[in-house]
Design a binder for this molecule. Sequence first.
Ligand SMILES: C=C(O[C@@H]1C=C(C(=O)O)C=C[C@H]1O)C(=O)O
Length: 361
Amino acid sequence: MNNELAQARIRIDALDEQIQTLISQRARIAQEVAHIKERMGDSTGNHYRPSREAEVLRRAMERNTGPLTDETVARLMREIMSACLSLESPLKIAYLGPEGTYTQAAVQKHFGDSVTARPAAAIDEIFRDVETGNADYGVVPVENSLGGIVSHTLDELAQTTLRICGEVTLPIHHCLLSTETSVEAIRHIYSHQQSFAQCRKWLDARLPRAEKETVASNAQAVLIAREKGGAAIAGQQAAKLYGMNILASNIEDDPNNTTRFLIIGKHDPSPTGDDVTSVVLTAQRNTPGALFKLLQPFARENIDLTRIESRPVKGAAVRDYYFFIDFRGHALDPRIESVLGEVRAAAAYFKVLGSYPTAPF
Ligand SMILES: C=C(O[C@@H]1C=C(C(=O)O)C=C[C@H]1O)C(=O)O
């Protein structure tokens, strides 16, 4: 063998040995941390701490000097933490299935691979799984940059006692998948309604005459296309999982297409210095300027509102709306605590859904 190549491999082998020793040491300390938490009175057996993990990931990215990208460094660190945490008992995560959905990709991005991820058939089932303790956490889509809100998630959030513990943002790149081998052969396309909306221009240009059928998820679309023929719009991960041909990639209208997912659970993450708070409220009825008055304290205190959505209150006799508001900062920050006190007093209904670290990558 070339001497230079052999020398380089010897250097790599030596580094691998060091990396492995260090990872094992890290895992042992993580186990120690779990025991310390138990001694401090945490008897839940759940040692996952989203705020601490976000800080570890942010620091790893800040330290990065290349040649790997920040995201790659974060993903590697993510897997190391995931493996360390699973030494105790792997977290059970409910997500919007079946296998191969973008939500499953969001589970992997947020929690890493060392978890037990269980697909649920619908968004409300994920909330029930976490409420009843069948799952430790749930992952649900909440908004897409092109398609807008996921109304089932907002409706569940208005009702639940669960807390938002984190967020994940995922770039969405759609593919046309089929057992066929050419785009021209496609007469039927199956997909989720949001995916159709996100690929409208491409479909109009390339497959204007194909019949479109809306189904419950991208992964279900793939299963149907595999059985009946035709094509499905779904992610690359579904192609691999279900053994389909990728007839076209990146068929979304906007290359910056992203979906935001929420992590739902039963506890409140501590402040990290880079957090988001989500609240839901209703304004007093028949009061001119009621919504304006609810938003005014945020502006006065220079709090950065990042999102406001409305949803009709179900079953209300008169048209009434829930307003879902996201802003930067943590509910335990004294300035925010006082604004929230003011808003709570002025609202007809008010609930903090959670304060959680912004998605680290
Ligand atoms: C080790 C801890 O527990 C868990 C494991 C972590 C890790 O491996 O870095 C970080 C946070 C927790 O999810 C901790 O709280 O520090």
